[in-house]
Design a protein around this ligand. Structure first.
Ligand SMILES: C[S@@+](CC[C@H](N)C(=O)[O-])C[C@H]1O[C@@H](n2cnc3c(N)ncnc32)[C@H](O)[C@@H]1O
Length: 216
């Protein structure tokens, strides 16, 4: 069984967006796209773990610019093939655990379906890195999946930090153990309480979306 999550997403890149065409998700995806285009209107957005650029494409309709990053070259290569606009969109390889402060700051920050893959014991480190690149008062949106019985892959195991793991199979038959945490709204609020102003957490059918401003 394979357990390297970064390689898992590299291997899954070609099939990844099929999750967004599942009929039970179409309505909420339209609603979330609309939320993202409203919230990021006119902003310069840093997107982490952008994957194949599914949400990047939506945000590019109204944002001023998007600097989209991911650790895997092949997902970035796929994202680059999409059409974006009118925002200026650029891509870069970057590890979310290596986000040293740079001179360039953004007034928008975004990460979809990465929270669930961050070990709970490392979450604060990730958040500090992300927020080090966002201007005070900047808008940040983190979103991820809700565990839905009958839709979500069941939890196979957990560890001493209460991280939970699923066993996933790819189309080539390979099996992977993947960390996938499903924080409750209470946990989301508590993990963001020190850094967030105006925090709103919205629940859709299979996604939650947290919108906040970085504390000034
Ligand atoms: C579940 S996918 C989400 C992709 C995209 N954000 C979306 O919602 O469609 C997780 C992504 O995180 C990336 N990733 C995993 N570990 C990472 C890390 N340490 N730094 C940056 N990206 C990472 C993977 O390559 C993958 O593209």
């Amino acid at each position: 069984m394979n357990a390297d999550q970064v390689s898992y997403y590299a291997e899954r890149a070609r099939d990844y967006e099929s999750i967004y065409s599942r009929p039970e998700r179409l309505k909420e995806i339209t609603e979330i796209k609309s939320l993202l285009t409203d919230e990021f209107h006119g902003l310069n957005v840093l997107e982490v773990a952008c994957g194949t650029g599914f949400w990047t494409q939506a945000i590019s309709q109204t944002a001023k610019s998007i600097h989209a990053t991911d650790i895997n070259q092949n997902v970035i290569d796929m994202a680059r093939l999409k059409e974006y606009g009118p925002a200026k969109v650029e891509f870069e390889i970057e590890n979310i655990f290596d986000m040293e402060t740079r001179d360039k700051f953004y007034n928008g920050g975004f990460g979809s379906c990465i929270w669930s893959h961050i070990p709970k014991q490392d979450f604060q480190f990730f958040l500090d890195g992300l927020l080090s690149r966002i201007e005070p008062g900047g808008k940040v949106i983190l979103m991820d999946n809700i565990y839905v019985e009958g839709i979500s892959t069941s939890i196979a195991s957990s560890d001493e930090f209460e991280n939970t793991y699923q066993i996933r199979k790819l189309s080539d038959g390979s099996e992977w153990v993947v960390m996938k945490n499903f924080p409750s709204e209470l946990e989301i609020r508590s993990m963001l309480s020190d850094v967030a102003d105006n925090l709103k957490v919205r629940s859709f059918r299979t996604f939650w979306v947290a919108v906040f401003n970085k504390k000034v």
